[in-house]
Ligand binder design. Structure first.
Ligand code: C2O
Length: 503
């Protein structure tokens, strides 16, 4: 195993990815798109961050990595670290012990849609599907705003927006452009690693006249399964095999299409599609994408993990989260779990765990606005999420992939264990981000085998801002034993710098 080091100097630059408007954007080492992180399973990854933004603090999160033994490297501000102030430095250093398709992004309040989001790929010499493909291609999807997040957020959470309507993106992008071509050789099979790095919009994805075989979902290998169309919420990933035709008579479009159901209003002239091309012959045309009749995406609930891990059938701890959106006294719209809207604590929750001795098992010490739940060690934990909102929400758990035990259709109401007729899957799909449908529910299970402080939140960045977050305090006493002397000096330093009075 190797040590792989990246030096990231984060600073503003300019870009115009949809050809409509040049705007300031957060780049790395003077460049945007920012570089992918590529490692091999087992490697130690070191990311040296220097914050040269000047006017904003930052942090990085490595989405989907379990950070086993290194919860302090997970990245969310107010949870596992203080934010890195302008001029500050911080080193992320951990071992990557899982294969597959991930991404990294800022986990500072409302920041990653300004450009700080990129692919993170973990190669695996023991990939069970390795012999099924010749080459791999990373395909990122995102939604794109012309305005800065600081401006958009001010208007989003305000008395002028009592309904909580989310800003609608101006464009969709693939690999940070609207003009993506992929050179294809006849007869070869490609592994497309598809990542939705968007802030808000889910996307439908399809390849014209080519079928896909899904082999990985959010870092979990699956039994290969055919799909004609995928649906990726913000933060979800799929790896699919696509076999090229045996001739090069024409080129083919592939399309990402933002799910307009998420948008409260559809601005006139919005183009919610982005097209790329499989180019067999660059002397031939790039055909326009065909209109499609209906969106009929592949149902991820049918996926079977390659390791065939069975359903955890004995639940030790069950947590129910009722989601709703409502107004507070300031007239703005917020999001709630069990009537609590998350407010980021001044002291990162992890540091509270480490400094409170045996009191660390009492959720009350983490403050009433953090939605904290204390989990025991090596138990089967169940999360029941009831969506009392008419919107779709993609939920992400840090530190784990979870089994998807059940997921209702829309308008199913609250989950009632006494009244479930659908049989539970014997070998449930596992992933780290899952859609709950409008006024529906999901039931998730995972084993608490990873002491840490892990967020569970909606991955629509607008809803992170409006407080749709809970905190899992997993095995706090084990965590104290593991980490007490192990937090590196630069972690404390950014806290001191951040607390310095600025004026
Ligand atoms: Cu993709 Cu809390 O993260």
């Amino acid at each position: 195993c190797a040590t792989v080091t990246y030096d990231f100097d984060i600073a503003w630059t300019y870009a115009n990815p949809d050809g409509q408007q040049t705007r300031p954007i957060q780049g790395i080492n003077g460049q945007w798109p920012i570089p992918p992180i590529t490692v091999t399973k087992g490697d130690q990854l070191i990311v040296n961050v220097k914050n040269s933004l000047g006017n904003e603090s930052t942090s990085l999160h490595f989405h989907g990595l379990y950070q086993n033994g290194t919860t302090h490297m997970d990245g969310p501000v107010g949870v596992s670290q203080c934010s890195i102030p302008p001029g500050g430095s911080f080193t992320y250093n951990f071992t990557v012990d899982q294969p597959g398709t991930y991404w990294y992004h800022s986990h500072e309040h409302g920041q990653y849609p300004d450009g700080l989001r990129g692919a993170l790929i973990v190669h695996d010499p023991k990939d069970p599907h390795k012999d099924l493909y010749d080459e791999e291609i990373v395909l990122t999807l995102s939604d794109w705003y012309h305005d800065l997040m600081t401006n958009l957020l001010k208007d989003f959470i305000s008395i002028a927006n009592p309904s909580g309507a989310e800003p609608v993106p101006q464009a969709a992008l693939m690999n940070d452009t609207q003009n993506l071509t992929v050179k294809i050789e006849p007869g070869k099979t490609y592994l497309f690693r598809i990542i939705n790095m968007g802030a808000f919009a889910a996307q439908y994805v399809w390849f014209e006249d080519h079928t896909m075989r899904v082999v990985e979902v959010d870092g979990i290998y699956t039994e290969p399964m055919e799909a004609n169309m995928l649906y990726l919420t913000a933060a979800q990933r799929y790896s699919v095999l696509v076999t090229a035709k045996n001739d090069s008579n024409s080129n083919f479009a592939f399309v990402g299409s933002m799910d307009q159901d998420l948008f409260d209003v559809i601005p006139a002239g919005l183009n919610s599609n982005v097209t790329g091309w499989l180019v067999y012959d660059d002397k031939k045309d790039k055909p326009a994408a065909k209109e499609i009749e209906a969106f009929e995406p592949f149902d991820d609930f049918n996926l079977v993990p390659y390791d065939k891990e069975g359903l955890y059938d004995k639940v030790d701890q069950s947590i129910t989260l009722d989601l709703k959106m409502d107004n507070l006294n300031d007239g703005a719209n917020y999001a709630f779990f069990n009537d609590i809207t998350y407010v980021s604590p001044k002291v990162p929750t992890l540091y509270s765990v480490l400094s409170t001795g045996s009191n660390a098992t009492n959720p009350a010490i983490y403050g009433s606005n953090t939605n904290s739940f204390v989990l025991g060690h090596n138990e089967v934990v169940e999360i029941i999420l009831n969506n009392d909102d008419a919107g779709k929400h993609p939920f992400h758990l840090h530190g784990h992939a979870f089994q998807v035990v059940t997921r209702s259709d829309e308008a199913a109401g609250f989950f009632d264990p006494a009244n479930t007729t659908t049989p539970l899957p014997a070998t449930p799909m596992r992933r780290d981000t899952i859609l709950v449908r409008p006024n529906g529910y999901i039931v998730l299970r995972f084993r608490s085998d990873n002491p840490g402080v892990w967020l569970f939140h909606c991955h629509i960045e607008w809803h992170v801002a409006s407080g749709l977050i809970a905190t899992m305090i997993e095995s706090p006493l084990d965590l104290q034993r593991q980490l007490s002397d192990k937090i590196p000096q630069d972690h404390w330093k950014v806290c001191q710098d951040a607390n310095k009075p600025t004026k």
